[in-house]
Design a binder for this molecule. Sequence first.
Ligand SMILES: Cc1cc2nc3c(=O)[nH]c(=O)nc-3n(C[C@H](O)[C@H](O)[C@H](O)COP(=O)(O)O)c2cc1C
Length: 597
Amino acid sequence: MKDTDALDTILRYHAQTKHHPDRYAPSLGYMDWENQPVPFRWFNNTEKIDLFHPDIRQTPGYDALFGSIPDPAPLDAVFISALFYHSLALAAWKQASGSRPWSLRINPSSGALYPTESYLISPGIQGLYDTGGLFHYDPMHHRLERRCRIPDPAWADLSSHVNSSFLILGLSSIFWRESWKYGARALRYCHLDVGHAIGCISFAARALGWKLSMLTHLSHEDMNHILGTGAMAHTTGDDHHKRSQMKLEHPEQEVPDALLLLTPDQRDAESGLPKPTHGPDEGLCRALKARFSGLTFEGAPNRLSREHHEWPLIDDAALALARTESTPTFPDKDPANAPIGWPGHFDRPDPSGVIFRKRRSVSTMDPEGILALDTFYTMLARTLPEQFMFDALVLPAQVSLVLFVHRVESLLPGLYILIRNRPGSEHLIKTLKTTYTLEPEPNCPEALEFYRLCARSQAEQPADVPDQWRDSILIDTSNPETIQDLASRISCHQDIAGLGAFSLGMIARFEPLLQSMGPLAYPMLFWECGLIGQVLYLEATAAGFAGTGIGCFFDDMMHRLLGIHTISFQSLYHFTVGRPIIDSRLKSLAPYHHLGR
Ligand SMILES: Cc1cc2nc3c(=O)[nH]c(=O)nc-3n(C[C@H](O)[C@H](O)[C@H](O)COP(=O)(O)O)c2cc1C
């Protein structure tokens, strides 16, 4: 598909999968319980390697992760076990009276459908497996399934491109898992889930003194060859009819998302700057492609559903997103030169492993729960792009946060903005200024560019605002009830968006970025949003509050509120934080009780 066609396809997908108050994005409209996908993938006829279950209390303090880097742990069986246990393993089972228990994971997922699969490329590890290879991670049993062997000479070749020990993690998505319930909007949710998963792995790696970076010099076909995931049906035709005929080869096919390089986070003792562990990733990617070509994959994937519903919008978008080039150009981002993130105010004793596992979404928030101002600012500071977890992304930050503040100590309820991408936010600020004045918040930490949005009166609005927009933007942003009502209305009438301490929309630079970078930027924007969501989840948990991702929101209602009337900026994910009301009717079971643990 030509790049311009691919871009059109993505812009069409985005427009057609918006929720509107009178028209939700296309979906089945009912739950097809007969074909509910199995939430776990496994590969039959593969060697299974059980991992250890580490003590979650033997992990560095959660707050300490934002300060100094823990000494890098050696790459061994305990390391591999801990990496998965703290990032993608089961976290708990929940059970309602009279129903079967369902499992939850360290990584959150829209509708608990878990479309993200993960793979490990590793050398031989004493006590686990003698020969290196590619392994699929099975969270149900916290074990690896060997998909192929990498002979020692091949591993030596890969190693020659990295001057430290290393691992590679691969992520892929099964769109069907999400589209079964959410229909056409599912592809967005899958990519948000990938962002959450990247966040989980970054945090787990940090707790082990390691860091993550994304390998960029790989096409989708390369990633398919390396991960043993399915190929996509391609056609060279570019007329609309042909394009609408294209689809994934099988509805349960895994589509590769990204390969992540994990290396020890070594710092120069004097400057504190990261020591380079590898040069440009080109050499490593070339070696991966060469070494994985012709390898035989073991095992066959389980079937997830008996029958499937087709979502051509998703198939078209997935094909448009398939990266055909292996050398995409990304804007410069040099983590070594980035300022060190402000670690925030806290030094709470909770071990990070406990916070990772305790994190839960909630369905009800306590309207009496007021968040302390210090905690609030620390949460915001930790979503800034200079924090360690954003090193895993290749795109520089594109997303700012528009907050509906309801119950934060000493802050007037109202609309606020946190600018996360200082260079590049000028156009957003200019757009907002047609509707609002931006008032700096007194006493806000210097590290934060945080403003209160005060609605201009109609007379104050610039003359070039078209008449038909004026009504929609006349909102009394100083009235707490209006703000709460608006927040929940925009979030598909979900009360949790209005009952918490605050909720927010993630506003991404959109069409100009896609025009300059191509459709490839589309999933990356969702990854950034998912990663921000993961930080907020953990921050809320550490503060004794709870967060919940909100994928269901009325896109253009949010845009109208902000005076955004083009697709230069789009809201891609919403999130809420508040004091949880725990549903005591639900019973919690230990994550691996079914293994006798
Ligand atoms: C991308 C994404 C979108 C979500 N959207 C919603 C939502 O609109 N409403 C809601 O109540 N929960 C939402 N959630 C929360 C999930 O339902 C929750 O993560 C899942 O049930 C697993 O539970 P856990 O987060 O406690 O592990 C979302 C989560 C994610 C990751």
